[in-house]
Structures are given as structure tokens and as C-alpha cells.
Write a new protein. Structure first.
Length: 68
């Protein structure tokens, strides 16, 4: 189960990084594209960060309960 948490945490952090880069690109591009995408990408990034934090906390809890 530890490996599962490790993989899920890495995937969540990767998803946050990709979303952040997409948001930065959206701001760089500007215009109508930025107006329609920047806010959605920011909300998605915040949600993905919440998932990543929940996974980190769950993984730490799991390791403390199972002698990791």
C-alpha cells in the first residue's frame, strides 16, 4: 500500500505542476485565451493541490499506523 501512496502522491504533484505551467502559459499568451482559461486553470490547480495534500496526510498516517 505504501507504493500506491507514493505513486498517487507523485501523480498528484505532477498534475499540479502541469496545471501551473498551463496557467503560466495562459497568462503569457494573454487576450481572449487568458480570459477564458486562467481562472479555470487556477481553480483546477487549487483543487489538485488539495488532493495532493490529502494524499500526503493519508500516506503519512498510513505509514505511522503500519510501522513505516
Amino acid at each position: 500500500m505504501e507504493n500506491l501512496f507514493d505513486i498517487l502522491i507523485l501523480l498528484a504533484i505532477g498534475a499540479v505542476a502541469v496545471t501551473l505551467l498551463m496557467g503560466i502559459y495562459s497568462l503569457y499568451r494573454g487576450g481572449d485565451f487568458a480570459r477564458s482559461h486562467s481562472n479555470k486553470l487556477m481553480r483546477l490547480r487549487v483543487a489538485l493541490q488539495a488532493v495532493a495534500i490529502i494524499l500526503l496526510v493519508a500516506g503519512m498516517w498510513w505509514k505511522t499506523q503500519n510501522g513505516g
